[in-house]
Design a protein around this ligand. Structure first.
Ligand code: KG4
Ligand code: ZN
Length: 350
């Protein structure tokens, strides 16, 4: 039995979790706590890095203590401590990483530095022990939109990324344009269920293109123009936006499936994977390709520490594990596939 404490603080959730790998590869989230900062950032319509970093400082230690207490365990019971070391808002990442270093030193435990994106990429295996490498992963969050072939722990081939906005960012901007507040993804999804997606013509950037990547900036601008025109119901705009986004996601994913070679499943992870309409469309695509479709439960899609603890467990048990040094620096940018060619377009995130 191996027990890992995970800490996540790369954006606007402070989170701690204890995940155990038991006999027969049984996985168990023993305890987890998430302190969302949504209320602190809502007045600004997005995450304010300085507010986020301060909130992480206030919350992280009590949160770790409460998580251990929930499980009736102490630091001595933990085999290793895993923390997000990037990419993300650097102030927040530093808070979680420094806390993990202090705990590792105080408890004489190995420190595992986790790439937040690897946390998302491996999270489907925490919920589904049958999910085997390699799989094709759509990783869609507030900062990223990538298609990756996942061959193993630390073995990622990026087949596509966004040349401008991330998909979650497009949802958040659409929410802002429609006055739905922050965070926007769930609000847009809710409103879209009451609208007519055909009532507002919107573009589908790069649909059918030989370029494998995503682009959402043009779609976002078209949403703004549709709203400014004043002649469409907000629900119709939300529905049309979501349908255009889904059409792009499916077209790009179909293309990546053709390029990926043999895979065991089509998998979606990251905050946007919480979207039921996107999940349903991907499930149909998987069926069309005679592949399994795997999506983690909603609580594992948006940022959480269970996925960080799980990535730590995967690393710890992968065979080639070396504990991170205590002077390891936080990384604001940290691509999963460092060999991937840079994409054209401006403003590309990590
Ligand atoms: O993975 P995540 O929690 O944080 C990042 O690492 O970015 O993803 C947050 C993103 C936000 O952009 C949020 O609007 C989006 O995921 N999101 C959704 C939904 N729930 C969260 N987007 C569409 N539909 C949803 N139901
Ligand atoms: Zn994330």
């Amino acid at each position: 039995m191996t027990l890992v404490l995970g800490i996540e603080s790369s954006c606007d959730e402070t989170a701690a979790a204890l995940v155990r790998l038991g006999p027969g590869a049984a996985r168990e989230i023993v305890a987890q706590r998430i302190a969302s900062q949504d209320d602190a950032h809502r007045p600004y319509g997005g995450v304010v890095p300085e507010i986020a970093a301060r909130a992480h400082v206030e919350r992280v230690t009590p949160l770790v203590e409460a998580t251990l207490a929930d499980a009736g365990l102490g630091l001595a019971d933990v085999d290793a401590i895993a923390a997000t070391a990037g990419p993300g808002l650097i102030g927040g990442v530093m808070v979680g990483l420094v806390t993990a270093k202090a705990l590792a030193m105080a408890g004489d435990k190995p420190l595992i530095a986790i790439n937040h994106l690897e946390g998302h990429a491996l999270s489907p295996r925490l919920a589904d022990p049958a999910l085997a490498f390699p799989y094709l992963l759509l990783l869609a969050s507030g900062g990223h939109c990538q298609l990756l072939r996942v061959d193993g722990v630390g073995r990622y081939t990026r087949l596509a990324t966004t040349i401008d906005d991330a998909l979650g960012e497009a949802f958040d901007k659409t929410a802002k344009i429609l006055g739905l507040g922050y965070p926007g993804g769930p609000a847009v999804e809710r409103l879209a269920t009451t609208g007519n997606p055909k009532a507002v013509p919107l573009p589908r950037p790069l649909l059918g293109s030989a370029d494998p990547n995503f682009s959402f900036a043009g779609l976002k601008s078209a949403v703004l123009r549709a709203k400014q025109a004043g002649s469409h119901a907000d629900a119709d705009i939300a529905a049309a936006f979501q349908q255009a986004a889904i059409d792009c996601v499916i077209d790009r994913s179909r293309r990546a499936l053709a390029a990926a070679g043999a895979v065991s499943a089509l998998v979606v992870a990251g905050g946007v994977a919480a979207n039921q309409a996107i999940r349903a469309a991907l499930e149909s695509l998987a069926a069309e390709a005679a592949l399994r479709f795997v999506a983690p439960p909603l609580a594992l899609c948006t940022d959480n520490a269970a996925m960080i603890a799980w990535a730590g467990l995967e690393r710890l048990t992968s065979g080639d594990f070396a504990p991170a040094s205590l002077d390891l620096a936080a990384r604001p940018r940290w691509p999963l596939d460092p060999d991937a060619a840079p994409v054209r377009g401006a403003g590309v995130k990590a």
